[in-house]
Write a protein that binds this ligand. Structure first.
Ligand code: CTP
Length: 210
């Protein structure tokens, strides 16, 4: 099977030297990519800027902005069997990108932001999709309710929910998996490596039911 996996943060430029981003390390997405390769699958890894070496046998696509990630995902989704959108895509980007460095001034400044496109939702709304669609939900409160809302609104098959405070920048995670049919499965705290192995098995078994 072919896995398409997104990982890491996106960077939304303000001017040539500044950007908006987040603390995502990319570790969960890269671990899923490694686990899928170990299980004999093909992997297309679409990654924002992270400090990790790309898995050797993956097709690796490096992106920076949410728009670049959107285009790369749409280019490869239909030829994939399982799309796992693990990236922490920025929800907003500056309304205008200055072509030159913005100079400091004494006055207070404010930055106008506009929403980015939701990549997961754009795939979920694709009516004739053949691939299994997996999203992630990073929450700090009401984990299950917020994740269930994302599953519904983004029309995915599986949402993997985690506590953003445990997951970000660390090697461990704890997961709650929500399936489209209402089933849930908890995987207790473990290394991202172990969790990734479990997830790949779950995704592969679910794909066979799609
Ligand atoms: N996602 C995406 N494109 C975006 C924003 C999010 O594809 N522009 C995907 C993420 O990759 C993840 C899922 O949507 O699979 C949920 O991301 P999350 O940040 O938890 O949720 P948001 O939809 O951004 O909602 P909120 O920040 O309000 O919790």
């Amino acid at each position: 099977m072919t896995f398409l996996i997104t990982a890491g943060p996106t960077q939304e430029p303000i001017d040539p030297v500044r950007y908006i981003s987040n603390r995502s390390s990319g570790k969960m997405g890269y671990a899923i990519a490694e686990a899928a390769l170990d299980a004999g699958h093909d992997v297309i890894l679409i990654s924002g800027p992270v400090n990790l070496a790309p898995p050797r046998d993956a097709k690796f696509i490096s992106v920076s902005t949410s728009d670049e990630m959107f285009d790369a995902v749409h280019q490869h989704a239909d030829s994939s069997d399982i799309c796992v959108l693990c990236a922490a895509v920025a929800d907003y980007k500056p309304a205008q990108v200055s072509p030159v460095k913005i100079k400091k001034c004494a006055a207070q400044v404010s930055l106008e932001l506009v929403p980015t496109r939701d990549i997961l939702q754009s795939l979920g709304l694709q009516e004739d999709r053949k691939f299994l669609l997996v999203g992630f939900a990073a929450e700090t409160d009401h984990l299950e309710a917020n994740a269930a809302k994302k599953l519904r609104e983004k029309n995915c098959d599986i949402i993997v929910a985690n506590d953003a405070r445990i997951a970000m920048e660390t090697d461990e995670n704890e997961l709650l998996i929500l399936f489209r049919d209402g089933e849930t499965k908890k995987i207790s705290r473990s290394s991202k490596k172990n969790l990734a192995r479990e997830l790949v098995k779950i995704f592969r078994n679910s794909q066979q039911k799609v």
